[in-house]
Design a protein around this ligand. Structure first.
Ligand code: ATP
Length: 231
């Protein structure tokens, strides 16, 4: 069964569609890139899927369940501009979000140590977040999104604000995580999508205009003698 099924999902702002009747589904264990230029509707799509905003119409089903508050617990979401408390240490921050996610003190501690290890921040765990690099902050954000054992990790533009070192750190982490997590991430950079995703969804002006693996899309565009390029 598909992990996520999206049916005719639409969001209108001021009568204009930001996302316009999109349909897709994907299986567990995949890494999917939602790719499109600025304003294509990526953030709006991810925010609807995570339950942060209500669609104007259409529906989302998670493992066959209809979207309601229940599905939020299966989804970990890293927004495009995550908010951190710079004065907290990485460890304090994860324990804090663990407690917000209703983990017991003991569970929050245990999960924090495990996730710090997973995202490569164990050595920096007692350092204040204000002293973290962009890549470290983003890795902490990914740990935060995973605090409640989600089945699907959704990352909104996880590397676009990073310098080359941070970008490499986060893409490598995503490569590792996709071994045992389903990941849906947005990007406006084709190279990032190509590097880590199994499948791409091309969003343009609120519509999905293409979908498939990079190989399939390359083949299709080569056959049509169209250069596949973004930006
Ligand atoms: P970016 O990478 O620039 O964030 P995006 O692909 O994530 O782009 P969205 O942020 O989803 O695109 O925006 C899609 C469209 O919807 C844009 O035209 C945007 O101006 C509009 N939009 C998004 N949020 C709102 C809002 N709260 N109110 C009005 N219009 C909005």
């Amino acid at each position: 069964m598909a992990l996520l099924t999206v049916n005719n999902l639409t969001k209108n702002y001021d009568g204009k569609p930001a996302v316009n009747e999109i349909n897709f589904q994907f299986q567990p264990g995949k890494c999917i890139a939602l790719i499109g230029p600025n304003g294509a509707g990526k953030t709006t799509t991810l925010r609807m899927l995570s339950g942060l905003i209500k669609p104007s119409s259409g529906s989302v089903a998670f493992s066959g369940m209809k979207q309601n508050d229940d599905i939020r617990k299966y989804i970990g979401y890293l927004p495009q501009y995550p908010v951190f408390y710079a004065w907290m240490t990485g460890k304090e921050f994860l324990i804090y979000v663990g407690r917000l996610a209703h983990l017991s003190k003991e569970e929050a501690n245990k999960r924090t140590e495990m996730l710090l290890e997973r995202v490569g921040l164990t050595e920096a765990k007692n350092r204040r977040i204000g002293k973290y690099s962009g890549g470290m902050k983003q890795r902490l954000g990914i740990a935060q999104a995973m605090i409640h054992h989600p089945k699907l990790l959704m990352l909104d533009e996880p590397v676009s604000s990073l310098d080359p070192i941070g970008r490499r750190e986060v893409l490598t982490l995503m490569e590792e995580l996709k071994e045992d997590m389903t990941i849906l991430f947005s990007t406006h950079i084709l190279g990032d999508a190509d590097e880590v995703s199994d499948e791409l969804l091309l969003l343009h002006e609120g519509k999905i205009v293409e979908s498939g693996s990079m190989e399939e899309l390359r083949h299709k565009y080569q056959t049509a003698k169209i250069e596949l390029r973004f930006q």
